[in-house]
Design a binder for this molecule. Structure first.
Ligand code: MGD
Ligand code: MGD
Ligand code: SF4
Ligand code: MO
Length: 871
């Protein structure tokens, strides 16, 4: 692998599916840039994509298999996995084993895992983290269209005159698609954007109208819209013919009351008028829709409005589900959900099963769906599932009632985990831990939200003894006795088989068909949108002809009534807990947490709380808050803000025990699911909030990779080390703490004021700062960015805690590419008279590389100030 010429691949992270060009540098590192030729991003990359090169080293990697915590040989580990699964199946039946997989597996990995479980083991107990992510959309699509079909393409978003974003923080979660939308709007200012989200987000700043509805009330809003579409004569005349069940759907819609949304009537009216009055409408939706006990209903409430107005299958219009993970779509295509078969066929349909059965040359595939994620882990807890293999997902952090998931796995007879790292919660409970290759090492395909199949190509050799997921699964399949059926030697071979299966499935006339790719040159394959049929024909947009994949060929409007979220607020748990993502971290931070650049933006787990609620609960700015739910607790930094409504809190999902003492938000989330899709209601649990009230607060920078044993801590990567937040319930020996965190035996410089309870320590060596610790009884009023920047530098003034009077304090970092802080930007806006985001870029470079911070820059211009500048 000494190739120094550029290689085209696809980003590791979100479902936008951006193309990248990677060039291996002489020192072994990777230089990454956006691929100008890729139709998803045309050269753009966001902050996470730009930082991919920082996350591919050996740090935190698992380099060899482990059995019961000890280093093992591949041969022994694989033999053990095959033997244990076989013995368990023999003794307790096929349904006593399960696979829990991931939308971050490549299509080839996913196909083999699904084939092994559904075709050969003979159980449908394979489910995926897409259950937590896209399941409600899959179910909603199937109810409305007969298949899980995304009708439109990205370009529709640019062609629309109105884009409605429902439960989507596109600016932070699909940043390059957001940039395409923002550019289209700037080029064509008549285009309108409406954002429907209980919380004000970076995405809201692009919107002409932000509807801050109460959590979980989207069905009532879209039912109101549907009723108004009828009342105002806006139903497409052909809809009664093309759509089944419209009268029933209308009747249900009329019965709901929009007042439950808690919106001003004039706001609702503005939304209704905009939707009815605009032909080209795209409604983008994401986890604010899916992750709900009414998730499937929310999806159908949105689709109903598009079907009733005939706004689907045409340029610039349609419902548009943006997918989360890089291969969320690919996983659905291979049938990775417990209730699906490959190629968008249905497990329950006998002819569908027959086709797949004959293709795989197996006696039968299961007739009944397997266990969905939440039920799968309940079955582990109940001892019904006795052996489970978890691949490429971290359920002890990401599943609801996460502490229960941990206990279930700890008690399970046999747990196999394939991961990149041993330093991951779920990996720590594995009986057998298998090192998988990661992004940059793997080869295969992914499908993005736009139905584009793109290649991920290997850029680096595998770390240590790591092996590809498809290879590991195939090897276990062979060792379980199916030697010829899993005799794969390359992902190209697997892709070819999958394409051939889709050709065999074509008789069923479903949407997914890649038979035209059977003979494709896999090595040089360019991004291509499915379907690609045997005759080479493709379909840009589905349903343009008004024909759907239902038995009647008509779409279905679904009658729906609003339901409240399942967990009820009560005096003991007065707050509704909303959860979601931040701009620069990816899920459980196993990869993005390695990048010092990405660690700068929001370095600590936090809870957004409305000022009135903070006052009522006695919570001070920047203090620590303890959240409690019936299932767990978390300790988080208070961000007091009008972005959230009274009675509603927001907490990011990313922090794990590796990065914080008590930041796993899913410990708090109730395992309540949507009755149709089985998707958890991740955004509407109930919690109590109270001050954590530590005796002291601390802040440290250190070169050392340390998890301090204090009552509260959280840490983030910085250039040359770590920054750590600390707090303790009782006083401790601060000098001892400083020596532990800084790992320093020599003379410490110190400044302590016992009367005030403050202490400051720094370790200097050869005039360089090796680390520093600051302690105070209240949240620290020091410049954390100044202290962070001092690490490894020659600043002898680090103990001052802030820059000298004539030196500016940058404040919290907004632009992670060029480390530009909020104070620097605000000063430049005020003193330099800057008026536009481009002018900020011209003056400070902020926003000129990946552009992910542009929404925040725009908001700072609009408001003069966005984030709490003072720390
Ligand atoms: N930076 C970053 N980007 C990512 C990811 C990441 O980890 N980090 N993960 C990827 C993945 S897997 C996914 S699935 C996507 C998710 O992408 P998004 O769905 O955009 O992300 P979330 O932040 O989970 O949730 C979106 C919004 O839903 C709102 N919401 C909560 N409840 C409701 C409600 O009842 N109604 C409405 N209308 N809105 C509500 C929340 O306030 C939040 O702002 O992001 C992908 N992109
Ligand atoms: N409360 C709440 N909970 C949520 C959500 C929410 O919004 N709120 N969102 C949900 C959603 S949408 C999602 S998608 C999930 C995400 O949750 P997870 O899937 O649990 O999160 P990740 O951190 O992406 O986990 C991926 C794991 O696979 C490993 N890995 C990475 N690449 C590879 C590979 O190629 N092979 C193998 N074998 N391992 C690899 C990583 O080290 C990591 O441990 O979280 C869900 N949980
Ligand atoms: S938007 Fe960002 S994270 Fe998503 S694929 Fe593109 S570069 Fe990667
Ligand atoms: Mo997701």
């Amino acid at each position: 692998m000494s190739n120094l010429s550029p290689i085209h691949s696809t980003c590791a992270y979100c479902g936008v599916g951006c193309g990248i060009v990677a060039t291996r540098q002489a020192d072994g590192s990777l230089a990454i840039r956006g691929d100008e030729t890729h139709p998803a991003n045309f050269g753009r990359l966001c902050s996470k994509g730009s930082a991919l090169g920082d996350t591919v080293g050996d740090e935190r990697r698992l380099l060899y298999p482990m059995i019961n915590g000890n280093k093992a040989e591949w041969d022994d580990a694989l033999a053990l996995v095959a033997a244990k699964f076989k013995a368990t199946i023999k003794e307790h039946g096929a349904d006593s084993v399960a696979f829990y997989v991931s939308g971050q597996l490549l299509t080839e990995d996913y196909y083999v895992a699904n084939k092994l479980m559904k075709g050969f083991i003979g159980s449908a107990n394979i489910d995926t983290n897409s259950r937590l992510c896209m399941a409600s959309t899959v179910a909603g699509h199937k109810r409305a269209f007969g298949t899980d079909t995304v009708p439109g393409v990205y370009a529709d978003i640019e062609h629309a005159d109105l884009v409605v974003l429902v439960g989507s923080n596109l600016a932070w979660c699909h940043p390059v698609l957001y940039q395409r939308l923002a550019t289209a709007k700037a080029d064509r200012p008549s285009m309108k954007v409406i954002n429907i989200d209980p919380r004000r987000t970076a995405t809201s700043d692009l919107a002409d109208l932000h509807l801050s509805l109460r959590i979980g009330t989207d069905v009532a809003l879209f039912n109101h819209l549907l009723a108004q579409i009828e009342a105002r004569g806006a139903i497409d005349p052909s809809a009664y013919e093309k759509v089944n069940g419209l009268p029933n759907a209308l009747e249900s819609a009329r019965s709901d009351d929009v007042s439950v949304c808690g919106l001003e009537p004039r706001e609702v009216e503005a939304f209704v008028q905009a939707f009815i009055g605009t032909q080209k409408v795209v409604t983008i939706f994401s986890q604010g829709v899916n992750q709900s006990s009414a998730g499937t209903d929310k999806v159908n409430a949105i689709i109903n409005c598009h079907l009733a107005t005939g706004r689907i299958g045409k340029e610039g219009m349609g419902p548009f589900s943006v997918t989360g993970q890089p291969n969320a779509m690919g996983g659905r295509e291979v049938g990775g959900l417990a209730n699906m078969l490959a190629c968008h066929l249905d497990l329950e349909v006998a002819e569908h099963r027959k086709t797949v059965q004959e293709f795989w040359k197996v006696e039968k595939v299961p007739e009944r769906p397997g266990l969905k994620a939440v039920d799968m882990f309940k079955a582990v807890a109940d001892g019904k599932v006795k052996a489970i293999w978890i691949m490429c997902t971290n359920p002890i952090v990401s599943l609801p009632e996460a502490d229960g998931v941990k206990a279930a796995l700890e008690a399970c007879d046999f747990v196999v985990v394939s991961d990149l790292s041993a330093d991951v919660e779920t990996a720590k409970v594995a009986d057998v831990l298998l090192p998988a290759t990661g992004w940059g090492e793997k080869d295969g395909t992914v499908t993005n939200s736009d139905r584009l199949i793109s290649r991920q190509r290997s850029l680096l050799p595998p770390a240590g003894a790591a092996r590809h997921d498809w290879d590991i699964i195939s090897e276990v399949g062979r060792r379980m006795g199916w030697v010829r059926d899993f005799a794969y030697s390359s992902p190209a071979q697997i892709f070819k088989e999958f394409a051939a299966l889709s050709a065999a499935c074509a008789v069923h006339g479903r949407d997914f068909d890649i038979s035209g790719l059977v003979e494709v040159d896999y090595d040089t394959m360019e991004p291509i949108r499915w379907p690609v049929r045997a005759d080479g024909s493709q379909t840009e947009r589905f349903f343009a002809d008004g024909v759907y994949f239902t038995p009647s060929g008509k779409a279905n409007a679904i009658p729906i009534r609003f339901r409240e979220p399942v967990s009820k607020r009560e005096p003991k748990y007065p707050y509704r807990l909303n959860t979601g993502r931040i701009r620069d971290q990816w899920h459980t931070m196993t990869r993005s947490g390695l990048s010092a650049k990405l660690g700068q933006h929001l370095p600590e787990p936090f809870v957004e709380i409305h000022p009135e609620d903070a006052r009522r609960s006695g919570i001070e700015p920047q203090s620590l808050v303890e959240l409690t739910s019936p299932t767990g607790t978390a300790i988080l930094r208070a961000q007091i803000t009008h972005r959230v409504s009274e009675g509603e809190l927001f907490v990011p999902i990313h922090w794990t025990d590796v990065f914080a003492s008590n930041g796993r938000v899913d410990a708090l989330v109730a395992a309540v699911v949507d009755p149709v899709s089985g998707q958890p209601e991740s955004k509407a649990s109930v919690v109590a909030a109270k001050p954590y009230a530590p005796a002291w607060y601390g802040f440290a920078v250190t070169r050392r990779n340390v998890s301090p044993l204090t009552d509260y801590w959280s840490r983030a990567r910085i250039q040359g080390g770590w920054r750590i937040e600390l707090a303790g319930k009782t006083a401790c020996d601060f000098e001892e703490l400083a020596r532990f965190i800084l790992e320093y035996e020599g003379e410490l410089i110190r400044y302590c004021d016992q009367s005030k309870g403050t202490a400051r320590f720094a370790a200097l060596h050869d005039g360089k700062v090796l680390g520093a610790l600051f302690i105070a009884p209240d949240p620290l009023k020091v410049s954390k960015e100044f202290i962070t920047a001092s690490l490894g530098s020659g600043s002898p003034f680090v103990l001052a805690g802030r820059p000298a009077a004539d030196m500016p304090d940058p404040g919290p970092i907004v632009c992670s590419c060029f480390s530009v802080g909020v104070n620097t930007i605000l000063t430049a806006i005020q003193e330099g008279g800057l008026m536009t985001v481009d002018e900020i870029g011209g003056a400070l470079r902020a926003g000129t590389n990946c552009g992910s911070c542009k929404p925040e820059l725009a908001e700072m211009l609009a408001r003069g100030q966005s984030r709490q500048a003072a720390e």
